[in-house]
Design a binder for this molecule. Structure first.
Ligand SMILES: C[S@@+](CC[C@H](N)C(=O)[O-])C[C@H]1O[C@@H](n2cnc3c(N)ncnc32)[C@H](O)[C@@H]1O
Ligand code: SF4
Length: 441
């Protein structure tokens, strides 16, 4: 039995955000002509599965904490963007590698995909169906918020095969949500959740945030209770990260809003997780909790199975046939490139074999354990010191086949994932050394 004080011991200067991709591309792109897609003119391995991500960058208003790649919705821009997105999709779909792979999961992320009209969303879905080979068990997620979904849009999505809705709720408490400029009220959130439930989507996921300004432990527990009461299938718990580019950062600096400390953040995560588990949810990743059988298939295949990922749209990341890339995150740059028949890629890299084992751990541990039975000797040799350090702090357990996060390790899961970065990769991250020095102080 671990004493409470030990369990909530502050082991790192902050709780990291999750590793979303590994390795990230870092080299500028010399050739953006469509010819450079030639690396996809080859046969994939048999039964190759792929994921498809489409970025829809539009928001009606901006939540003060949000650092994501987004722009204010503007009808002329939407029209231009969707033309470019469709054109980019077509280029990739015509390569042999993509044409002979099967898409297992599609994710419309944002920004706010639910802001598109029914017709726009239907067109995109039909374009996908016309251009790709799709798995019979295809998962299609559409992300959005409570103020821009409506019954008509949801019914269309259901009819077109969308089987997962992901709502950015953040909190059911208006006293906390209004100062953060959330686009919906608590009443709107509950109403749209009830509509989605009535339409019997197989999977409804919501995002909740904790350690928000003014959010007491009691208020947080009420948010969790509300989610449980509404019988949400899948819940993602995000700790607030105050990012320097955001309006929230300025408000905190001007002392208009106050953030709470790391110890409080640890306690809130622990309480949230404990209450969900008591109510039948299972912790699936450092962020995700689901009722039995309710997984986010796209995420499992991305983080654990390391599927090829075709990312389309501004700022999207992809990794396909051992090449990783990130598209330009600037609207005009993205649209201009595509209109001029140039790939909108900003950075890219070949994925070298030496990074594979690092990717397996730094991505895989997000889903709480990694089966290393196939490469145990290599892992033990490469990560001997990391394993020793994490074992000593009671953050992991190691058995014959796998390494898994302990209960205490689950509090620090995203930090632990980053312990498995290779030295070469760390050197390619701008400012990494400076961050390490600061962390040691
Ligand atoms: C890419 S956003 C898109 C979701 C969707 N647009 C919405 O808000 O309804 C995905 C999620 O990231 C989380 N998020 C955004 N900014 C964050 C921050 N600064 N710290 C922690 N989580 C954040 C929110 O929970 C949000 O729902
Ligand atoms: S959290 Fe969602 S709705 Fe809010 S600004 Fe970010 S992307 Fe837009």
């Amino acid at each position: 039995m671990i004493a409470q004080a030990d369990f909530f011991e502050v082991l790192y200067p902050r709780r990291e955000i999750g590793v979303s991709h590994y390795p990230m591309p870092s080299l500028p792109v010399a050739d953006k002509s469509l010819k450079s897609l030639d690396f996809l003119n080859q046969r994939p391995k048999p039964n190759n599965g792929m994921l498809l991500y489409l970025h829809i960058p539009f928001c009606e208003t901006f939540c003060s904490f949000c650092p994501y790649n987004k722009i204010k919705i503007d009808l002329a821009k939407v029209k231009k963007y969707l033309l470019s997105l469709t054109k980019e999709l077509t280029w990739y779909s015509q390569t042999q590698y993509v044409a002979q792979s099967t898409i297992d999961a599609v994710y419309f992320g944002g920004g706010t995909p639910s802001l598109l009209t029914s017709n726009e969303l239907r067109d995109l879905l039909q374009t996908i169906k016309a251009h790709f080979r799709l798995s019979a068990a295809l998962e299609i997620t559409v992300e959005g918020n409570a103020s821009s979904f409506n019954e008509e849009k949801l019914t269309m999505l259901k009819n077109e095969g969308v089987n997962r809705i992901s709502l950015g709720i953040q909190t059911f408490n208006d006293r906390i949500g209004i100062p953060l400029n959330l686009p919906h009220s608590s009443a709107q959130a509950i109403e749209i959740i009830q509509k989605i439930k009535k339409l019997h989507f197989p999977n409804l996921s919501i995002d909740l945030m904790y350690n928000l300004p003014g959010q007491s432990m009691d208020a947080w527990k009420k948010d969790i209770e509300q989610a449980v009461f509404l019988n949400i299938d899948h819940i993602t718990l995000f700790h607030l990260v105050v990012v320097p580019t955001t309006a929230l950062f300025r408000k905190v600096q001007n002392r208009e809003l106050f953030v709470q400390d790391l110890h409080n953040e640890l306690m809130m995560f622990h309480e949230g997780a404990r209450n969900l588990i008591l109510n039948g949810y299972q912790q699936q990743s450092t962020y995700d909790f689901g009722l039995p059988g309710k997984f986010h298939i796209y995420a499992v295949k991305h983080f654990v199975e390391k599927y090829d990922l075709l990312g389309l749209g501004m700022g999207s990341f992809g990794e396909i046939n051992r090449k990783t890339y990130i598209n330009s995150g600037n609207f005009a740059e993205y649209v201009d490139s595509v209109e001029n028949n140039q790939l909108p890629i900003h950075l890219q890299n070949e994925v070298v074999a030496d990074e594979d084992i690092h990717a397996q751990f730094s991505m895989g541990l997000r889903f709480l354990e990694v089966d290393f039975s196939g490469f145990k000797e290599e892992a033990s040799r490469r990560f001997f010191k990391v394993f020793q350090r994490l074992l000593k702090k009671d953050l992991i357990v190691i058995s014959n086949e796998k390494i898994a996060l302990t209960q205490k390790g689950k509090l620090w899961g995203n930090n632990i994932c980053k312990e498995f970065y290779s030295d070469e990769y760390k050197l390619s991250i701008p400012g990494w050394q400076r961050m390490e020095e600061l962390a040691k102080k």
